[in-house]
Ligand binder design. Structure first.
Ligand code: CMX
Length: 437
C-alpha cells in the first residue's frame, strides 16, 4: 500500500471511532428543524450531510480542511519557480487532512502519471459520437466508458467485505483522476483541433501535462491551469455535482458511475455550465455594443435588459455564498498579474463594479455578488482557449479531486445508502390543517 493510502486509512479509522462516539452519545440531538419552504425550495440551508473535505462559510467562502484559498495559494507546494499551488497538494490535503510536503505531492504526481494510460475502447466510444456533441456529453460518456476498469465493481461482484470497500474505491479514484486529463484533452483536440492529438508528457505535473495535451505550452497558461484545477475542486457536499456523486456512490455504484452522475449535474447551466454562459453573455454584450470595452453605463443597461427578459445574469448569485466568491477574487488577482490590459478581463471587472447594486435592487436575489464562474472564461480566452463549450469540462476535471476524495471518505466511514424522506403536497396540506386544528 502506498504511503498516502496508509495515511488516509489511519486518519479515516480515527475519524470513524470519533463518529461512532458522536452518534452513540448525541445521535438524537436535533441539528435544526426543517421548514415547509425548505422542503419545497431546494432544501436550502438544511444541514443533512457530512462532507469532510471542505466547508463553506456564506460570508467568507470555502475552506479546505480549514485553509482558505489565499492560504492554500501560499502554503501548498508549487513547481520550481512557480507561483500557483499544485492541485495534487489540495487532493492530499482533502484526503489526509494535513498539508502535504513536496515529497507527498511528487508521489501523487508520479502515481497519476503512471496510471494515466487510457484504454483504446474509451477513445472508440468518444469517436462514435458526432463531433458536434457537447464536450460535457462526450466527457460523461467517456467516464462511463472508463468504468470497465473499475476495481471496486469487479471486487464487489466477486464478493468482498464491507471493510474493504474503501480500498477499491481509493484505487479507482486514483486511476480515474489520473486518466481524466487525457480524456478531456482528447475531446478538445478531436472537436476543435482536427483530431491532432498530443501524447502526454510523463515528466510534467498533472496540470502542466493537461495544458500540454490540450496544446498550450505557455507557462502562464500552465500556471492558470494549476490555479484553476485547485480552486474548482470542491465546495462542500451539497452542491449538485458533489451531492450527486455522493448520492450515487451511496448505492455502492463504483467511482466511475458516481462521478459520471456528478458530471451530468455539473453540465447544468445553473451549476458548472455557467462558466460557458458567462463568457457568451459578455461576448454578446461586446458584440451588441460594438466595442470590446463597453462603459459601465452601457454594462448597467445590458444587465437590466437581461433581467427584463427573464434571464439570469450568469456568474452572479449563489445558493449559499453571500459575498464575493474568493475563487473569483483569486482569478482576479491572477489576471492583475498576468493580463490586466486584456479588454475582456477589464469588462469582467467593470461588470463586477456595476452588477451587484443592480441585482440587489431587484429585492429578490439573495446574493448579488460574483461566483467562481464570473471570471474564468476571460482568463481562458486570454491564453487562446477560446472554445467556451469546453470550459465546463475543465471544471469537471478539477471537481473530480474533491468529489472523489469525498467518496473515499464516504466508504472509509461506512456511510449508508442515502434515502431522505419525501412527502406530497397533499401531505403538507394535511399537516398544516392538523397543526391549525
Ligand atoms: N440573475 C438573475 N436572477 C437571479 C440571479 C442572477 N444571477 N441569481 C438569482 N436570481 C433569482 C432566482 O432565479 C430566483 O428567482 P425566482 O424567485 O423568480 O425563481 C431569485 O433570484 C432568488 O434566487 P436565490 O435564492 O438568490 O438563488 P438560488 O439559491 O435559487 O440560486 C443560483 C442560486 C446560483 C442558481 C442563482 O443565483 C443563479 O441562477 N445564478 C446564475 C447562474 C450561475 O452563475 N450559476 C453558477 C453558480 C456557481 C456554480 O455552481 O458553479
Amino acid at each position: 500500500m502506498g504511503f498516502v493510502k496508509d495515511r488516509f486509512k489511519a486518519t479515516a479509522d480515527q475519524q470513524l471511532l470519533e463518529i461512532k462516539g458522536i452518534i452513540e452519545k448525541h445521535g438524537n440531538t436535533k441539528l435544526e428543524d426543517v421548514t415547509i419552504a425548505q422542503a419545497f425550495q431546494g432544501m436550502r440551508g438544511i444541514t443533512g450531510l457530512v462532507t469532510e473535505t471542505s466547508l463553506l462559510d456564506s460570508n467568507e467562502g470555502i475552506r479546505f480542511r480549514g485553509f482558505s484559498i489565499p492560504e492554500l495559494r501560499d502554503k501548498l507546494p508549487k513547481i520550481e519557480n512557480g507561483n500557483e499551488p499544485l492541485p495534487e497538494g489540495l487532493f492530499y490535503l482533502m484526503l489526509v487532512g494535513e498539508l502535504p510536503s513536496h515529497e507527498d505531492v511528487e508521489h501523487i504526481s508520479a502515481t497519476w502519471a503512471r496510471r494515466s494510460h487510457v484504454p483504446n475502447h474509451v477513445f472508440d466510444v468518444i469517436e462514435a459520437l458526432p463531433v458536434s456533441t457537447h464536450p460535457m456529453t462526450q466527457f460523461c460518456t467517456a467516464v462511463l466508458a472508463l468504468q470497465t476498469e473499475s476495481k471496486f465493481s469487479k471486487a464487489y461482484s466477486e464478493g468482498i467485505s464491507k471493510k474493504e470497500y474503501w480500498d477499491y474505491v481509493y484505487e479507482d479514484t486514483m486511476t480515474l483522476i489520473a486518466r481524466l486529463p487525457r480524456v478531456a484533452a482528447y475531446i478538445y483536440r478531436r472537436k476543435y483541433k482536427n483530431s491532432e492529438h498530443i501524447q502526454p508528457d510523463g515528466l510534467l505535473d498533472w496540470s502542466g501535462n493537461f495544458a500540454h495535451m490540450l496544446g498550450f505550452e505557455d507557462e502562464g497558461f500552465k500556471e492558470l491551469m494549476r490555479l484553476y484545477l485547485t480552486i474548482h475542486a470542491d465546495h462542500e457536499g451539497g452542491n449538485v455535482s458533489a451531492h450527486a456523486t455522493h448520492l450515487v456512490g451511496s448505492a455502492l455504484s463504483d467511482p466511475y458511475l458516481s462521478f459520471a452522475a456528478g458530471m451530468a449535474g455539473l453540465a447544468g447551466p445553473l451549476h458548472g455550465l455557467a462558466n460557458q454562459e458567462v463568457i457568451r453573455w459578455i461576448e454578446e454584450l461586446q458584440e451588441n455594443l460594438g466595442t470590446q470595452e463597453p462603459s459601465k453605463e452601457q454594462i448597467a443597461e445590458y444587465i437590466k435588459t437581461t433581467l427584463s427578459q427573464g434571464k439570469v445574469v450568469p456568474g452572479y448569485g449563489h445558493a449559499v455564498l453571500r459575498k464575493t466568491d474568493p475563487r473569483f477574487t483569486a482569478q482576479m488577482e491572477f489576471a492583475k498579474t498576468h493580463c490586466p490590459e486584456n479588454p475582456t478581463v477589464k469588462t469582467v471587472w467593470n461588470v463586477y463594479d456595476v452588477a451587484p447594486a443592480i441585482l440587489e435592487a431587484t429585492g429578490k436575489i439573495k446574493n448579488p455578488w460574483p461566483n467562481v464562474d464570473a471570471h474564468s472564461g476571460a482568463l481562458l480566452k486570454h491564453y487562446g482557449l477560446v472554445e467556451e463549450d469546453f470550459y465546463t469540462v475543465l471544471f469537471g476535471v478539477s471537481r473530480a479531486l474533491g468529489v472523489l476524495a469525498s467518496l473515499c471518505w464516504d466508504r472509509a466511514l461506512n456511510f449508508p445508502i442515502e434515502r431522505p424522506k419525501s412527502v406530497t403536497t397533499e401531505w403538507v396540506k394535511n399537516f398544516i390543517e392538523k397543526q391549525n386544528a
